[in-house]
Design a protein around this ligand. Structure first.
Ligand code: NAD
Length: 295
């Protein structure tokens, strides 16, 4: 069992750190928020006084923070203080450029590093069923895999530095676009007098089939576990979808790719967010689609 430092104990990081404790690791945790530190303590982690204090003696360091600037700030603080050869894993969703800078910093100080953003949301974090999309050298990935297996069920090596973040934003761009598409189809079906169940029964077994429809259906009924059955909460907040679609657009601009539907999806989710629905599950975008028809 390893000595693991865990920095960033929010909605995702808190339960992920708890799963490392459950797996028998000695976890030393830090977060700026006192409430998050208290919860981690109750979950069995030792609490450090700072990020730098948390990495002392660690074999592995995990960060789970809001955005690239937080990751670079914490890595710049802790990496120079770590023992050479230590593995550092960032599980946050951040821009590809910051992820590459973080890897370069780790390499400069002789550390192994992996970018390992996740899919699966807070339910996956609690249930240790996350998917990890990993970028980094083979040796670093091999060292990270057994640690990530304590927090997830699928661990994919996507390529070199930043490849995990690239896979994450491409996947979430598909998700954002397809959820709007499914919402539009249900909104049209309503106008045409077609029942939700009838459209679901046909499209879920036809060429319109996709995850947004069959696992996360945006209307109540056909998929009982989808957030639509619970007032579009909890789930994956629309504000986080805006974040991921914006990361995809930034990456597309930097790489010279043109993604018109990704751009349009970003604008639609931004409008939903700006209207005060940032906390609503992203499948709630169907409400926005319906409201366009009413105008
Ligand atoms: P969160 O805001 O709940 O948690 C982030 C935590 O980081 C907070 O507790 C904050 O206090 C802490 N923090 C910020 N700066 C810090 C610093 N300098 N030192 C120590 N702690 C610091 O966010 P979350 O929902 O846990 O998401 C974390 C990451 O995971 C984000 O990048 C997000 O995009 C990604 N993600 C979230 C979900 C989801 O469903 N919530 C799903 C997939 C990926």
């Amino acid at each position: 069992m390893a000595n693991i430092a865990f920095i960033g104990l929010g909605n995702m990081g808190g339960p992920m750190a708890a799963n490392l404790v459950k797996a028998g690791h000695k976890v030393t945790a830090f977060d700026l928020a006192a409430a998050s530190r208290d919860q981690a303590k109750a979950d069995g982690a030792a609490i450090a006084e700072s990020s730098v204090a948390s990495v002392k003696g660690a074999d592995v360091v995990v960060t789970m923070l809001p955005a690239g600037k937080h990751v670079l700030s914490v890595w710049n603080e802790v990496v120079p203080t770590m023992t050479g050869g230590t593995l550092i894993i960032d599980c946050s969703t951040i821009d590809v450029e910051s992820a590459k800078q973080a890897h370069a910093l780790a390499a400069k100080h002789g550390m192994l590093s992996v970018d390992a953003p996740v899919s699966g949301g807070t339910g996956g974090a609690k249930g240790a069923t996350l998917t990890f999309m990993c970028g980094g050298e083979e040796k670093a990935f091999a060292a990270a895999k057994p640690v990530l297996e304590n927090m997830g069920k699928k661990i994919v090596h996507c390529g070199g530095a930043g490849a995990g973040q690239a896979a994450k934003i491409c996947n979430n761009m598909i998700l954002g676009i397809s959820m709007i598409g499914v919402g539009e189809a249900f909104a049209l079906a309503e106008k045409l007098g077609l029942s939700h169940q009838a459209l679901f029964d046909v499209a879920s077994t036809s060429s319109g089939q996709c995850w947004a429809l069959t696992s996360y259906c945006p209307v109540p009924g056909p998929v009982p576990a989808s957030p639509a059955n619970n007032g579009y909460k909890p789930g994956f907040a629309s504000a986080l979808m805006v974040k991921d679609l914006t990361l995809a657009q930034d990456a597309a601009s930097a790489a010279g790719a043109v993604t018109p539907l990704g751009k349009h999806a970003q604008e639609i989710y931004k409008a939903f967010d700006a209207a005060g629905h940032g906390g609503v599950d992203f499948s709630g975008i169907i409400q926005h689609v319906r409201s366009l028809a009413a105008k």
